[in-house]
Design a protein around this ligand. Structure first.
Ligand code: ZN
Length: 287
């Protein structure tokens, strides 16, 4: 969205890019992001990036700002701005619980909160990352015991590296795609090491699940996603979103992405002033 001429995960002359997933890519004359987001984005696109460290004061347009870790993937950030009318915090894609390959998230106090709502309804209740990890390892052990090779379907940027790291820590090698390995090499530049990449891994990681006829999924295949079978998600579920709101203590909330309308309605029902906005919307000037 745009606010006072600044793009938040939207293209504008001056823009902030919260993380390196393609649906958040922006173009602009100056793009502010973390160093990791810049490196990861360069896999696919050149841009005029300004690297900003977490919690360091900088100016975006005319406004004082700081980035805070969003916990969604390596380098993902939320941004707080100090406006003449108060403070505003935009989460980008975010996660309350710590993942193994993302920085621990942090949510500052702000008067206005713009929060993602990818999973903004209570039916999206995920196990904690630790519980999801246990389920993943139990699945792998079971399939290997049955003499098959487990195949995991994962987003190749962020989720693939999280799963690779989990498998590394549990002693399993992985056969990953070239793109997943490319991204993993960038993670390594930022201190997240992988010792288990192998041409003939114990576990196969694939980016796309091929279409099947009916429900004929193989028992050795598993989709790892908030929308999939194993809900190891790098997004906040509904309850994590509520924790974030309680931490930020906003006077006013805007919800964006996914179940933004439903989430805003739920928030209104419990006493918050909340509205949903489209990702390409202009926020009103009083913000
Ligand atoms: Zn994302």
């Amino acid at each position: 969205m745009l606010m006072r001429g600044i793009g938040f995960d939207s293209s504008a002359k001056v823009a902030f890019q919260s993380h390196a997933h393609t649906d958040h890519f922006v173009s602009g004359e100056v793009i502010y992001s973390t160093k990791a987001t810049k490196f990861l984005s360069h896999l696919r696109k050149e841009g005029f990036y300004r690297e900003i460290d977490f919690r360091k004061t900088f100016y975006i347009g005319d406004y004082k700002a700081k980035l805070y870790p969003a916990g969604h993937m390596l380098g993902s950030a939320g941004i707080k701005l100090w406006l003449d009318t108060g403070t505003i915090f935009y989460t980008g894609d975010t996660k309350w619980f710590k993942l193994r390959t993302a920085e621990k998230s942090c949510f500052p106090r702000a008067d206005i909160l713009i929060i993602e709502a990818t999973f903004g309804v209570p039916s999206f209740t995920f196990p904690s990352p630790k519980e999801a990890e246990k389920k993943l390892i139990a699945f792998i052990e079971d399939i290997l015991e049955r003499g098959r090779k487990p195949v995991l379907y994962v987003n190749q940027m962020g989720k693939a590296q999280e799963v690779m790291k989990i498998l590394d820590l549990h002693g399993y090698t992985v056969k990953a795609s070239r793109d997943m390995i490319k991204v993993a090499k960038i993670y390594e530049k930022f201190g997240i090491k992988f010792h288990n990449i192998s041409k003939d891994g114990d576990v196969v990681l694939r980016a796309h699940r091929p279409p099947r006829v009916g429900n004929a999924f193989s028992p050795w295949e598993l989709t790892v996603s908030g929308f999939g079978q194993l809900k190891l998600s790098n997004h906040a579920d509904f309850w994590e979103l509520m924790r974030i709101i309680e931490k930020v203590k906003p006077e006013r909330i805007f919800t964006v992405y996914g179940y933004s309308r439903e989430f805003a309605r739920i928030l209104e029902g419990i006493g918050y002033i909340a509205d949903s906005i489209a990702p390409d919307s202009y926020l009103t000037p009083y913000c």
